[in-house]
Unconditional design. Structure first.
Length: 348
């Protein structure tokens, strides 16, 4: 028995890994631009900082994230072609909130036994996410780890790098005490709160991913697998065309915890909860799980995945600009003085 055969018998198939790299080559290269200096197969990815030309003080920005237990929905549905979009979205949406343009991404895919079809579907989603974010996928790691994951399961994480000119960084200290809050619509749950979602849907209600319930327009699994919206192009358009003060990515912690991260303590966000429509999945979960309003706004995005803070007289311009890009947005509230330093988000 050769060494390759012994390693394969132990659970790691080097040839299959090599075949996967060959298979995904054209997909990965489709995200490349002239700044990408290397192809697949090297020990690292090289990216030229041509995009820094014209900047006074270019600053690199980094973010990393995974998909969380939304992966379990992909496993239950045996659907893997959109989960990569979620992975990209969670990192690039974090990058853009400081005003940075994403440059490139790396991915990490780990599984107990590499299944080429599944891995390729995941990669297709990552590539689609990179296209939506105008970001290059310049490398990654595919790890076959026997006995570390149940059969058919995997973990997925990503790492993104962007760039911003230091004088143009969106900084909470620069946010004025009075401004408008424009909320960009989410596509649903995005990639947060899935441990609670799964408890309600599968444990409490006993539903399956192919269940149909009256309160949802699609099958349960179809609602839960809907990929995260990528806001990069919309956010950068606001930054380039209006006097944008701040951006908040509404992830875990919802509006209650994410908005304060980009606001000075002397301000308070007053949000009108009826100023935007929510997808049926939120009403369904609140009713089925008997969740309070505070729990909903502290766990989920509740229909708003990104909030822009900008001058009040530019709110409608922002909404119109986003609409031209196909991104629904709404005036959801305003920023006011908060001299007592009380709770920074009030929902009325």
């Amino acid at each position: 028995m050769t060494q390759e055969d012994r390693y394969r018998k132990a659970g790691v198939d080097i040839e299959k890994g090599n075949q996967f790299v060959k298979n995904i080559g054209p997909l990965v290269q489709s995200t490349h631009n002239p700044s990408v200096l290397t192809g697949l197969g090297g020990f690292s990815g090289l990216f030229s900082l041509d995009s820094a030309k014209g900047m006074e003080e270019p600053v690199l920005v980094s973010a990393t994230d995974g998909v969380g237990t939304k992966l379990r929905i992909a496993f239950l549905m045996d659907k893997h072609d959109t989960i990569g979009i979620d992975m990209v979205a969670m990192s690039v949406n974090d990058l853009v909130v400081c005003g940075a343009k994403p440059l490139f991404m790396l991915d990490y895919f780990a599984t107990g036994k590499l299944k080429l079809g599944v891995a390729q579907e995941v990669l297709e989603g990552i590539v689609e996410g990179c296209r939506q974010a105008d970001s290059a996928l310049i490398g990654g790691e595919t790890a076959e780890m026997p006995d570390s994951y149940p059969d058919g399961e995997y973990d997925l994480a990503g790492f993104a790098v962007g760039i911003v000119d230091k004088p143009k960084i969106l900084d909470p200290a620069k946010v004025p005490s009075k401004a408008a809050l424009v909320g960009m619509a989410s596509t649903g749950l995005h990639s947060n709160g899935y441990s609670l979602v799964r408890d309600i849907v599968f444990n409490q209600l006993g539903l399956k991913v192919d269940s149909k319930v009256d309160d949802l327009p699609r099958l349960v699994g179809e609602e839960l697998i809907e990929p995260t919206q990528i806001y990069v192009k919309a956010a950068l358009a606001l930054l380039q065309n209006l006097d944008l003060h701040a951006l908040a990515h509404i992830t875990g912690g919802g509006l209650l915890e994410n908005l304060p991260r980009v606001l000075p303590p002397s301000t308070k966000a007053v949000i009108k909860k009826d100023s935007w429509p929510r997808q049926p999945v939120f009403e369904f979960l609140q009713k089925a799980g008997k969740l309070t309003e505070r729990e909903m706004f502290r766990t989920f995005n509740s229909g708003v995945g990104m909030v822009a803070v900008l001058p009040r007289d530019q709110a409608q311009k922002a909404i119109d600009l986003l609409a031209e890009m196909g991104q629904k947005a709404y005036l959801i509230g305003e920023l006011v003085d908060n001299p007592q330093g009380t709770e920074q988000v009030e929902i009325i």
